[in-house]
Write a protein that binds this ligand. Structure first.
Ligand SMILES: Nc1nc2c(ncn2[C@@H]2O[C@H](COP(=O)(O)OP(=O)(O)OP(=O)(O)O)[C@@H](O)[C@H]2O)c(=O)[nH]1
Ligand SMILES: [Mg+2]
Length: 374
């Protein structure tokens, strides 16, 4: 049986932040932890304070954390933030003495570990490995330096530790370079395929959006495929392409589904996922799927748009597809009016993959857009 890891979540809440906001942030972290699986959330530490530069939480809370880690036999501490590697290093070092096996993760570690668990293709595995090496590097040198200077007996011998660290760093950089070269090779094959498709003048549609918005559900509906759909974050980690027949143009177009985005997705990871996202980068039309029943909808739209900008996805046209309209509760007319005004240039569509509502209209809009851009 798989070992269940005992976890404590550590969160810092800005004193000025509303309680509800803080709870929502913690909720996303909990969903991520659930997605990772095999984890038992044993305790949650919340500290209402500005994050501490060295240890994230204040020194009193660190002592409390250290006690919890020992008495509750904690395996992993997950910090609800993206923090400087030195913070993770400092916390690990403090907890290390009494709990030598303790791991301290930030949100990036958690996301990387989820990706690692769910990645299937060699390409995805390599991408994760590179991002992980880049993210872990500074912590490893830090711990290494402590280890070497302890070994060397402290002051005076510190130089030896530093030389060793330099060697480690160089080795680490070489390893990253090797992995990158390997990835480059695979990606360029991928790219050739895409270019061939371009040369054959096949129109490409890409589905993008925040994780759990319903991208794969829409993909399955449009292409009659049966990719896994689940109420969890990061179910899809690769890209898959299917076909959709457009009656008015009497031709088939490709539709691809890809990995979802999330807040704080590390840039190194986005960069290394570029080849997976290549399908989107090269699309003629983007369908940005949005969960309209999500109270954080606006923020998530902005996050997805920002990431698309960062990885330089430029399509000729983007359609905003507001999904899960069946699950929306609240003032429907008000929100539809707001959306139609605010996102007019993205030809907002309202659908429910579950009930089939709005799907024909969406298909018509897709045909219309493709005619316009060609
Ligand atoms: N109520 C409702 N739920 C939906 C609808 N479409 C999808 N879902 C549910 O939303 C959850 C996520 O669906 P997916 O299609 O896996 O979402 P995704 O965007 O591909 O998610 P990731 O691949 O994890 O990023 C599943 O539980 C679906 O059943 C809808 O129209 N209405
Ligand atoms: Mg999916």
């Amino acid at each position: 049986m798989q070992k269940v890891h005992r976890v404590v979540l550590v969160d810092v809440v800005d004193p000025h932040q509303h309680k509800e906001e803080a709870l929502k942030n913690l909720q996303e972290l909990k969903s991520l932890v659930t997605t990772y699986g095999g984890i038992d959330i044993v305790d949650i530490i919340q500290h209402r304070i500005r994050p501490d530069k060295a240890t994230f939480i204040g020194s009193g809370k660190v002592t409390e954390l250290a006690q919890i880690v020992v008495t509750k036999r904690i395996d992993i501490v997950v910090v609800n933030a993206v923090v400087n590697p030195s913070v993770l290093f400092n916390l690990t070092q403090i907890l290390w003495t009494d709990s030598p096996k303790i791991q301290v993760w930030d949100r990036i570690d958690l996301i990387l570990n989820i990706f690692d668990k769910h990645a299937h293709t060699i390409e995805a595995k390599l991408q994760i490995e590179i991002a992980r090496m880049q993210h872990m590097g500074p912590r490893i040198y830090g711990l290494g330096l402590t280890y070497f200077s302890r070994q060397a007996g402290g002051i005076g011998m510190r130089g030896i530790g530093e030389t060793n660290i330099e060697l480690m760093k160089r080795h680490w950089r070489d390893q990253i370079k090797k992995k990158k070269d390997q990835l480059e090779k695979i990606s360029s094959q991928h790219l050739t395929q895409l270019e061939r498709r371009k040369a054959n003048d096949i129109t490409a549609i890409s589905i993008v959006g925040y994780t759990n918005a319903g991208k794969t559900s829409l993909f399955n509906l449009l292409t009659r495929k049966q990719k896994a759909v689940e109420n969890a974050l990061f179910v899809t980690l690769d890209s898959v392409t299917g076909r959709l027949y457009l009656p008015s143009q009497k031709k088939e177009v490709t539709v691809s589904d890809t990995i979802g985005f999330i807040k704080d997705l590390p840039l190194s990871l986005i960069n290394s996922f570029k080849s997976t996202l290549m399908e989107s980068i090269y699309a003629d039309l983007l369908l940005h799927v949005i969960d309209i029943s999500d109270p954080k909808m606006g923020e998530k739209i902005a996050i997805v748009e920002k990431i698309l900008g960062d990885i330089q996805v430029r399509s000729k046209k983007t359609i905003f597809v507001f999904n899960k309209i069946d699950a929306f509760s609240g003032d429907g007319k008000k929100i539809l009016d707001e959306i139609n005004e605010k996102y007019a240039r993205f030809s907002p569509q309202f659908i429910s993959v579950t009930t089939d509502y709005g799907i024909n209209k969406l298909k018509n809009e897709i045909e219309k857009s493709l005619i316009e851009i060609n």
